[in-house]
Design a protein around this ligand. Structure first.
Ligand SMILES: [Zn+2]
Ligand SMILES: [Zn+2]
Length: 316
């Protein structure tokens, strides 16, 4: 199974500001030895040794994750990141051969659907889009997003063949040899998590969810759903302190992600749905704190933790 991240922010697309870019330069330039500054090859090699938040970007596009398995392409959410994914898919298929895509929606808040009108493959008649949603009326919701008052092209005028598949709240389905199940998550208006299994590997995509109580009874169903995942993509929008103050806002924190991941025996936790008001440095700090927390609280756990970044590619 291959997993690609195309959008990792929550709430609203978040381009880097000039201030933030300057802060990156000011932090990086003093670390570069003067003797290699004039040598582009050496400089590039040197910069490649830095973590991404220092020399690159974590990414400002909203939620979109691509999963490939069994010669199929699955897409989780259609945030602004889906635009670049669409361009990539067309580039890889220059003759616009038949593309069949399976799009799973956690829910229809703007940050999870706003990229779809800019998803170029949807404009070609030989593309087939299969939409899967546990929410009712998905077609109508997407039509409303593209009402002429808000966007010049209606959903019907996008030429791709579109199939809408309504799922049960606790659904189990098979796409070839891929097994997919769903779980309701605690979020205003409801959100749904997805567990994808293929050839013994497990990926869980569980974004936009709040966990009010971490006692065994409250988390039992979630822990069973996350159980032994190789990769666990988790809504870590808030710091732990924010999560306490923003009760009922429907998001979670990295520390809660660590608790759930350890209890479920997850191998790798990916912090996702980064807050739009946080700089890359601040998000990196959250990662470091959650690694420290894990090392102090669960020193025997083999859990690894990393940040979702827009060019992150993982093979399971
Ligand atoms: Zn969201
Ligand atoms: Zn939401």
């Amino acid at each position: 199974m291959q997993i690609g991240f195309w959008g990792v922010r929550g709430s609203i697309p978040t381009p880097l500001t000039s201030e933030q870019l300057k802060a990156k330069f000011l932090r990086l330039i003093p670390k570069i030895p003067p003797e290699i500054q004039q040598n582009p090859t050496e400089l590039e090699k040197f910069l490649a040794t830095f973590p991404q938040f220092e020399t690159g970007l974590l990414g400002g596009n909203t939620a979109c994750v691509e999963v490939r398995a069994d010669n199929k392409i699955l897409i989780f959410d259609m945030g602004s990141g889906i635009k670049n994914l669409g361009n990539h898919l067309l580039k890889a298929s220059p003759n616009r051969q038949k593309l069949e895509l399976h799009i799973f929606l956690s829910h229809t808040h703007w940050d999870h659907i706003l990229g779809f009108p800019f998803f170029t493959p949807a404009y070609f008649p030989n593309t087939t889009l299969n939409f899967y949603s546990c929410h009712p009326n998905l077609k109508q919701r997407l039509e409303e997003q593209q009402d002429f008052r808000f966007f010049p092209v209606s959903l019907d005028h996008m030429a791709a063949r579109k199939n809408f598949i309504q799922l049960e709240h606790h659904a189990n389905l098979k796409l070839g040899n891929i097994h997919i199940s769903t779980i309701p998550l605690n979020h205003p208006g409801g959100s749904f998590g997805f567990r994808v299994e293929h050839e013994g590997k497990v990926m869980v995509y569980a974004t936009d969810s709040e966990y009010k109580n971490l006692d065994q009874h409250s988390t039992k169903e979630n822990i069973a759903f996350f159980k032994d995942a190789d990769l666990f993509i988790f809504d870590a929008q808030y710091t732990f302190e924010e999560a306490i103050h923003k009760e009922d806002w429907g998001h979670s924190s990295a520390l809660v992600g660590v608790e759930l991941a350890v209890q479920a025996g997850v191998k790798r936790l990916i912090l996702f749905h980064h807050d739009p008001d946080r700089s890359d440095f601040e998000i990196e700090e959250i990662l470091q704190k959650s690694i420290d927390f894990k090392n102090i609280t669960y020193p025997n756990s083999n859990l690894t933790i990393s940040l979702a970044t827009e060019d992150l590619r993982i093979s399971l």
